[in-house]
Design a protein around this ligand. Structure first.
Ligand SMILES: [Zn+2]
Length: 145
């Protein structure tokens, strides 16, 4: 092997190393993209929410408008909440930054409060037979339970 051949061989090896790095990086990118898709795809962000009480849709509002509502057990009414107002058997529902949460409630379990703010899925308050369902772009009318 003369000098020229050796130099050519080294160049070729370098070329292959660069090729490997490129393939490796592409594979990593693909994995990252698939992982991101798997995480993001099922979480279709909602644009509105519906309050269900005893199997009836009692209220629907946009997630785009920040607001505070109060749900009352019995009547099943949902109205704008006035700060400082006293309620019994209630869930205070707050919409902020495109998410909805139960800010406060006097239910036994407090599960609805602990669920935190959500922009997909649903928030359930079993003791009050109430649930908040977040409606996505392609959401179908929910089935009663
Ligand atoms: Zn609750």
């Amino acid at each position: 092997m003369d000098r020229e051949q050796k130099a050519a061989l080294v160049r070729r090896q370098k070329y292959f190393v660069f090729g490997d790095v490129f393939v490796f990086a592409a594979a990593l990118l693909l994995i990252a993209a698939l992982t991101a898709f798997a995480f993001l795809a099922p979480r279709e962000e909602g644009n509105s929410f519906t309050v269900w009480y005893d199997g009836r849709a009692v209220f629907t509002a946009s997630l785009a408008e920040d607001a505070v509502y109060v749900f009352t057990v019995g009547s099943g009414s949902v109205v704008r909440y006035e700060e400082g107002a006293d309620h019994e058997a209630y869930n205070i529902i707050e919409v902020a930054d495109g998410k909805v949460r139960v800010r406060e409630a006097d239910c036994r379990s407090q599960d609805c409060v602990h669920r935190g703010a959500a922009d997909w899925g649903e928030i359930v308050c079993l003791p009050h037979s109430m649930r908040i369902e977040i409606n996505g772009e392609e959401a179908q009318p929910p089935v009663d339970y």
